[in-house]
Design a binder for this molecule. Sequence first.
Ligand code: TRP
Length: 348
Amino acid sequence: MNTEIANNDATATQKKRRVLTGITTTGTPHLGNYVGAIRPAIDASRDANVDSFYFLADYHALIKCQDPELVRRSGKEIAATWMALGLDTDAATFYRQSDVPEITELTWILTCVTAKGLMNRAHAYKDAAKKNSDAGEDPDLAITMGLFSYPILMAADILTFNAHKVPVGRDQTQHLEMARDIAQRFNHIYGEAFVLPEAVINDNVAVLGGLDGRKMSKSYGNTIPLFSTEKELQKLINKVKTNLLEPGQPKDPADSTVFQIWQAFATPEQTQYMREQFAAGIAWGQAKKELFSLINNEVSSARSRYNELLDNPDHIEATLKKGALKARNEAASLLAKVRRAVGIAPIT
Ligand code: TRP
C-alpha cells in the first residue's frame, strides 16, 4: 500500500460538501431539464456549505453525437442557460470537461484498474448489444469503445475532484455504483486516493411530461425548449395533449400533463388554485393560457439574459476558461498524487 496517499486523505482538507454533476452537450435545454436538473442544481449551489462543481460533459457528447456543429452549438447553449439562470460562477466551479486534460489522463489510469467484466454489465452497452442481437445483427455492430468504456470517463469526472455527492437522474445510478467500484479498486491496489462518491436522486423534483404526455425527453421529440420565444412557448403549450372534455366539465388533475407542468412551476397556493379550476371545469384553452403566463413569468428575464449571452460568446468563453483554471488547480494536485501512487513520476 502506498501510505503517502493514504495519509493525505483528500476529504480531510475539504470542509464543505462537494457536489458535482455533468451535463452532456447534445441538444437544447428544455423545460424538463430545467425542472428536473438545472433549477435544483442552481438552488443547491447557493448553499454556503456546498462546494459545487458543474461541468459541460463535451467528451461524453462525442459518444452520442458525431455532428460537430450540434456539439458546438449545444455546448454554447447549455453554458449560456446556466449562466442566464443565475448560476454564480464565482462561487461554483463551472467548466468544460475538455478544458481539464487531467480528467482524460485519469480516465486512462482508471481504465487500467477497471475490470472489463464490469463494463460488460453496463446498461447502456448491454441495451445497445441486445438491440443488435434482437435484430439478428452482430451484437457489437456500431458500438464504439467510447460507449463501452463511458462509465470510466464518468468515474474520472467525479474522482478527479473527489466529489462526495453526485446529483443524477435515476438512469445514472449504475454509473455511480461503477465509479465507486473503480475508486475502491484503485484505493485497494495503490492506497487511499479517492473518496467514494454517492448518487443523489432527487425524487422531489418533477419528471415533466412532454407534448404527447410521455416523459419530456429529447429522444421522444416531445420537448418544449426552455428559452423558446414567447410565441413558440405559447404555441408549444397549446400543443400539449389533453382530452376531449368540454369547458364546464370537471377535469382530473391526476392525468393531466397541463396540470403536472403547472405544478412544477407553481407555488402551493397556485397549485391549489388550479386544482379548483380543474374541478370547476376550466376550458383547456384557458388552462393553457394561464400555464403560459406562469412559465413565461418565471423564465422571461433569464430568456433575455440568455439571448444577450448568445450574442456575446466571448463572455461565455471567458467564464468557462476561468472555471477551468479553478478546476485544473484542484485536478493537477490530485493527478500528481495518483501518478506518484502508480509509479509514474519524475525520476529525480
Ligand atoms: N452521463 C451523465 C448523463 O448522461 C452526464 C455526466 C457525465 C455526469 N459525467 C458526469 C453526471 C459526472 C454526473 C457526474 O446524465
